[in-house]
Write a protein that binds this ligand. Sequence first.
Ligand code: DGL
Length: 260
Amino acid sequence: MTFRPIGIFDSGLGGLTVLAALRTRLPREDFIYFADTRFLPYGNRSEAFIQNRSRKIARTLAAKGVKAIVIACNTATAAAAETVREAVTQPVIALEPAVKPAVALTRTGVIGVLATSRTLSSNRFQRLVQNHASGKLVISQPCPGLADAIEIEGPESVRVESLLDAYVPPLATAGADVVVLGCTHYPWVLAGIAARLPGNAVIVDTGEAVARQVERRLQGERLPGGYGQLRIATSGNPRQVHETIARLWGVSLHVESWRL
Ligand code: DGL
């Protein structure tokens, strides 16, 4: 069997929350995870910048022989899903804030969405809300600084705590009973978000739904199978990424340095 991993990327290590769901669902698949940490965060960058980076990353992954590409970043999906699809011939699986499942879950009719400014201001997100949440009140809460604080200072850092204090309670005050994690970094601070919401609030993440979608795509394209291997690469400092993974996942993994 030839080595045909699934390529997966994010601005940093938020996409590891998606990778974890993928590895649980598809333990025999091989993965190459690319963290674009040299350019983290994507959340306040221009659309053109994110499109350029995403195109470059997708082509690099394609050149390494991946059989599919997962965009494990809401911000890159919002800005560049079409760009990535045009850049490569492999199936591309993108993710978006779980507004549709939230509509089915809400009882108060108020849904909170935590995401980057770039995701929330995108046409793609506006369309998602218009097409699937009409009749509901969707409160979009941009969270500048949160993804990078989680990654650089750690999920339990003082900085993260104070950002959560600023971003989460307004959703509770507005009556949101469902809160969507619209950025793949945020599952790392799930407990901190839950602690700032009423006990009966539901928090929705996309990791598992994406894993199911990847599984369906691979079966549909007759592409499943591998050895269960994982490679990690970064455009930034491999040592730093190694340390962050050790802190977040508690494992010591070799991290490759890719100049792109
Ligand atoms: N993890 C990313 C997302 O899902 C982006 C965070 C960032 O780089 O700003 O949106």
